[in-house]
Design a protein around this ligand. Sequence first.
Ligand code: ATP
Length: 296
Amino acid sequence: MTAVLRAEGLGKRYRRRWALSDCTLKIPAGHVTGLVGPNGAGKTTLLSLAVGLLAPTAGTIEVCGGRPAADAAQLAKVGFVAQDTPTYPGLSIADHLRLGARTNPRWDDAVARSRVERLGLDPAQKAGRLSGGQRAQLALTLGLAKRPELLILDEPVASLDPLARREFLQVLMEAVAEHEVSVLLSSHVVSDLERVCDHLVVLVDSQVRVEGDVESLLESHLRLTGPRREPATLPAGQHVVSASHTDRQSTLVVRTDAPVLDPSWTVGRLGLEDLVLAYMEGTRAVAPGPVMEVLR
Ligand code: ATP
């Protein structure tokens, strides 16, 4: 597998707190990888390390075969749209495209212009006068037109309306298919990720909780519902991701490669959102309502 991002024992510490810790990852090239996790999980930290805006406190990270932001050639390979979609308020949209053309060796002017036109933006408009969503669209357009090998997007669709979100995700998928760009994007909207991602990384409490090909993850996780039972009594090979109990009933999310043969369980499949939530819930010791316990 060609990896577009490799991290080994990667960590970033702010004073005494680890924002990201012991992160070992291999993200495959040619895929759209979704990075999900609760607020403060370390997503932005990981993405900032990947583009060289932060330096690791521990471990190593390699992106497109090189050290992040090591030199001009490395910078040209990676496109990044930060969470606050920074643009230059005093420059017009046309100025931004000219700047992009000057500073990016693989700049695709036709893509940039056709996207601006399709979005109905006036090239003479100053970026400082755009709405938050329009500014995000401009930043995303610059990221795509740069024609990077890896496009990294930190919550790119957060400020877009539902229609714009769908359109943008469609454009992303087309870019992957046409130009073999790999994409790594973080989002809280799992339903959006479900539409475009074929690889997933779930980050919780500064650690990678699960990572892999979306289809395989969905195949290997099951929801078991049945009479109340302690998760510890499950056969080896059924790894409990999350468990909740009422007085009489248990609901478990398990990871397993083998079929569940115990007839006392009702076995169901999970969607991506349920799978992500199971890993996120798995970190909370006690939830209100039914008792929630977790084994890892
Ligand atoms: P969100 O979904 O809310 O954007 P995130 O998963 O992107 O969150 P990060 O921004 O990576 O999370 O933050 C991870 C942790 O590191 C948080 O606890 C945050 O408070 C801390 N952190 C991030 N940046 C700094 C900083 N510059 N100084 C100190 N702590 C920081």
